[in-house]
Design a protein around this ligand. Sequence first.
Ligand code: GLA
Length: 374
Amino acid sequence: MKTQPFLAITSGFLAVASSLSAQPTLKEAFKNQFLIGAAVNQRQFSEQDARGAAIVKAQFNSITPENVLKWEAVHPQPDEYNFEPGDRYVEFGEKNGMTIIGHTLVWHSQTPRWVFQDAEGKDLDREALLTRMSNHIHTVVGRYKGRIKGWDVVNEALMDNGMMRQTRWLKIIGDDYIVKAFEFAHAADPNAELYYNDYSLENETKRNACVELVKKLQARGVRIHAIGTQHHNKLASPTLAQMEKTLVEFSKLGVKVCITELDVDTVASSQRNTSADVADVTRQTGTDNSQASGLPDDLQQKQAQRYAEMFALFHKHADKIDRVTLWGVTDADSWLNRPGRVNHPLLFDRNGKPKPAFDAVIKAANPPTIPIVP
Ligand code: GLA
């Protein structure tokens, strides 16, 4: 097959660029635009994974805990909190002068069953569940008051069809459970930024549902600082136009936007599923190990191009965006690797080396100016 000249030049440039050690870091490149974050796991923030920790320190100025502050991890039993990992996470961020994010307080997933039940295993009533939610939020947010800058208060309350997700929270408390969660979080740390976080917000139906949800929260006096749009993306979906529309519509609500969980799935058979529902993704156990021995060069370039275009869009709308966080550090850490499905969704490869996508992102921070010829 004949290589198109443009692609040949692009890939040549990217190959050379990735070997340059004088590259600026991500956080330097975007310092006047938005924070650049990474979701970190325990091995990274405890520095057991020294290479991962070094990348985080060098490249990122914000961190989100991949798992350790989720309910099941931080509050595994009714009377038992496990703050040890959360404390280390926050210390790591403080030691390195990072903006520390909390994730996540109220979610349908990774939340133990007992949360919704009494000691006999019967469903709690509204008041009892509100009390439990309030205690959890006050305890967790309160512990890191003034240290964690902002919290994903409610995660994924909407469905792809725009309806409210029928979670135990909704069924037992009613649809003001979101208002309550924000009120508790605000009371626990009045200076913390509070976010609503969800996936597939680039799809029109879900975008509109989120706009309505946030308007309702605002009408109830809820203080919401930003909408977190996860961006678990594919190579071609969502489109840039969809992403741009979401950025613009959300910003009209008077809130900031955070890109909270960015990655670009490269596996061929994932490209058909345009939802980023964790349940759907984790069900994708079908084997597709076509990338087990590495990301083929054409896909490497395609992914770089995709990252370049997304960051060019974020650059264009930097006034609306507070933070862009990648969901992981190297490809080896990503949640998108499943048994029989090796994936390459991030900016650093399995050896911790910057990929062509990394160079493309750095380039997007300073788009070339076109000289005006007199
Ligand atoms: C969702 C959650 C994250 C994480 C990812 C997959 O997007 O918000 O905490 O669990 O799924 O790992």
